[in-house]
Design a protein around this ligand. Structure first.
Ligand code: SF4
Length: 220
């Protein structure tokens, strides 16, 4: 049987190397050209696919080019533009509140510090991590979404179910420089192979290591 013991840094490194080898193009799937655009897209991505968000954002970014412009948008217009992403009333409130706060408190620039980001309306640690890692190039934490939660759990990298605790576990196991890419790699693996309902363990390149593998490995 593959390991079911406390994960080591060496185990984590082996997983990371294989993921990088198999998903050399893993990257943020949201389309953006600035920290402001990524923050907007990330807020919209809650309970919604990245693909759907990418269908909505071009018109949004064209109409609202700056936080100031978005902060004075008519709520009904914004709601209509983002309706298809779901939870559009709450998301509209977040976009209006966030853009007003950025315009007023940060001179229209999206902050590059975690403490400042999480004080913006509608922005939690996960959203802040996305922006810091992908728009500001800062590895402050690991983005933990549903794919990261599932894949990390199945690989025995964490015993926790809570996103904040999972993030802490992953931060201890992986070097800081790898934190942003790590999320993209797990998300890619979750989408392509380690499916929620039907993980394709038989074709998984981690099946000789994974404690949740449904394949009996001759190397284990
Ligand atoms: S072996 Fe199966 S459970 Fe483990 S990571 Fe691969 S697909 Fe997921």
């Amino acid at each position: 049987m593959p390991r079911k013991k406390k994960p080591t840094a060496a185990y984590a490194a082996e997983i990371y190397d294989r993921l990088v080898e198999h998903y050399p193009d893993a990257h943020c799937a949201l389309d953006f050209n600035s920290p402001f655009q990524l923050l907007v897209a990330t807020i919209l991505s809650a309970q919604c696919t990245d693909k759907r968000v990418n269908m909505v954002t071009p018109a949004l970014f064209k109409k609202y080019k700056t936080p100031k412009a978005m902060s004075v948008a008519k709520p009904e217009e914004l709601e209509e533009m983002i309706r298809s992403t779901g939870f559009f009333r709450n998301k509209t409130k977040s976009l209006l509140g966030m853009s007003a706060a950025v315009a007023e408190r940060h001179g229209g620039e999206i902050p590059d510090e975690m403490d400042d980001l999480v004080k913006l309306p509608g922005v939690g640690r996960k959203t802040a991590n996305v922006v810091l890692g992908n728009a500001h190039g800062k590895n402050e934490g690991v983005v933990v979404d549903t794919h990261v939660t599932r894949v990390a759990g199945r690989l025995g990298l964490t015993d926790n179910a809570d996103a904040v605790k999972i993030e802490q576990d992953l931060m201890k196991l992986f070097p800081r420089d790898n934190w942003t890419l790590l999320s993209h790699l797990f998300i890619e693996h979750g989408r392509q192979i380690c499916d929620a309902r039907r993980p394709k363990c038989e074709e998984c390149f981690l099946n000789d290591l994974c404690p949740s593998s449904r394949v009996v490995s001759s190397r284990a």
